[in-house]
Design a binder for this molecule. Structure first.
Ligand SMILES: [Zn+2]
Length: 301
């Protein structure tokens, strides 16, 4: 059967006996049945679940326990609810990037220079070592094969959250078989392919740029500019195993969402911070700083 969440827009596909009254992504109860879409893209690959329900519970507990003191009280002991495994739609992107770059490369060298100083009322000449930079231009071409970039195809689970539970071991990817979904919720892509391509290209550009900066020689670089040409782009729809659960830390606040990588157990979530605790810490720091200033002033002759 096919369901849509009116809260976050997620489109779920599931067996009738798995019918849910609660959106696994946002906890909304506005779940409506929708007709099956005929033109939806079919996944090319899928990764199976390797982390059990019990392991997810443990990972989430341990993760909550490691949250900082600035988290709202109750977060570290939050009650876990609505644990749900979902096949998340994501696009796997690869391409070949040709980068033409130019920059100025700085090499450090030391020199001894003389300078004049006054000692006991007399002018004296002294020497000292100084570090200088010699700049020379460099340009060239870098070819980079960008493989295995994953971007979400779900409106319910943004790319930042998917990124936070990556990496997935993509060597385990298998051709998609509908039988794989038996017993699990699956989501259909709610972002369009062009939207996902944009996300993937932005990720690819960031990775190429960071590789370029690491690749440049010299002690310093300045004026780096480059043009990027992309070839052999491919974008394939995959289903990724994720666990989603809710952590209730206070009876009067909406629960926070925790997402766990269904293959590795890597866990993420947006921790609500306590502004009272942060303000108290800032006030404490200000008092300490104020105290130091006061002591310094006292020491002044
Ligand atoms: Zn929802």
């Amino acid at each position: 059967m096919n369901l849509r969440c009116e809260g976050c827009g997620a489109q779920l596909t599931l067996e009738p006996e798995l019918r849910t009254a609660l959106c696994p992504y946002c906890g909304s109860t506005s779940i409506v049945e929708r007709p099956a879409e005929t033109d939806r893209p079919t996944p090319a690959f899928a990764l199976g679940f390797a982390v059990s329900r019990g392991q997810v519970h443990e990972s989430a507990r341990a993760w909550l326990g490691r949250r900082s003191w600035f988290a709202k009280s109750g977060v570290r002991k939050a009650a876990l609810e609505h644990l749900q495994g979902i096949y998340l739609p994501a696009y796997l992107y690869s391409s070949v990037a040709h980068v033409d770059y130019r920059a100025e490369i700085g090499e450090h060298y030391t020199e001894t220079e003389t300078y004049s100083d006054t000692e006991n009322g007399k002018k004296v000449t002294k020497t000292r070592r100084v570090t200088k930079t010699e700049w020379h231009p460099l340009s060239g071409r870098l070819d980079d094969y960008v493989a295995d970039t994953l971007v979400t195809a779900s409106k319910g689970l943004p790319n930042s959250e998917l990124g936070a539970v990556e990496p997935f071991d993509l060597r385990q990817l298998r051709r998609f078989q509908p039988a794989l979904l038996s017993g699990w919720l699956a989501e259909e892509p709610t972002l369009t392919q062009p939207q996902c391509l944009e996300l993937a290209r932005a990720e690819m550009r960031r990775s190429v740029e960071s590789r370029l900066r690491g690749f440049l020689p010299g002690d310093e670089q300045r004026g780096l500019s480059h043009t990027l040409e992309v070839a052999q782009e491919s974008l394939e729809l995959c289903l990724l195993p994720v666990w989603v659960l809710a952590a209730r830390y206070a009876p009067d606040s909406p629960p926070m969402r925790i997402v766990v990588n269904g293959q590795t157990g890597k866990t993420t979530g947006k921790v609500p911070l306590s502004w009272t605790k942060i303000a108290a810490a800032a006030l404490g720091a200000a008092l300490v700083a104020g105290g130091l200033v006061y002591l310094l002033l006292l020491q002044k002759p």
